[in-house]
Design a protein. Structure first.
Length: 132
């Protein structure tokens, strides 16, 4: 997965970690963030936050080329993520829920859980007219 942050850097999920690539004065690897491996879903907000869901089902928040924290949820595996226009993070799960979070520099506050009915794994999250 690849996403561009608010400051123009590109975050690229690899098997070795999260690569941060800068395009100023040519293509340059500016940082590798260990601990966030096999990112399968990435999303960026307007404040520079990057959300990353890994193949293992973990959800991480990064900013300014650093790993800020993991959003832990007991017995919950994430499968997709997307920020809306207001900066609310929507995280899909492997059991068919969408969990929303307000993201700050040091933590994520859960706003609500949205059941999806008969769906199991949420693979992607798209917004239409300000709604999920």
């Amino acid at each position: 997965s690849i996403v561009q942050s608010a400051d123009g850097d590109y975050y690229i999920g690899t098997s070795d970690g999260m690569a941060v690539v800068c395009l100023r004065n040519g293509i340059m690897l500016s940082q590798t963030i260990d601990g966030v491996r096999y990112a399968q879903s990435l999303s960026a907000d307007r404040k520079g936050n990057i959300a990353a869901v890994t193949a293992e089902g973990s959800l991480y928040i990064l900013n300014d080329q650093k790993l800020l924290y993991e959003i832990p949820e007991k017995d919950l595996k994430y499968s997709a993520c997307s920020f809306d226009a207001d900066g609310i993070l929507y995280a899909g799960t492997t059991d068919g829920r969408v969990v929303t979070y307000n993201i700050s520099e040091d933590n994520a506050d859960k706003v609500r859980e949205i059941p999806s009915g008969d769906f199991t794994t949420i693979n992607e999250i798209y917004f239409m007219e300000e709604n999920v």
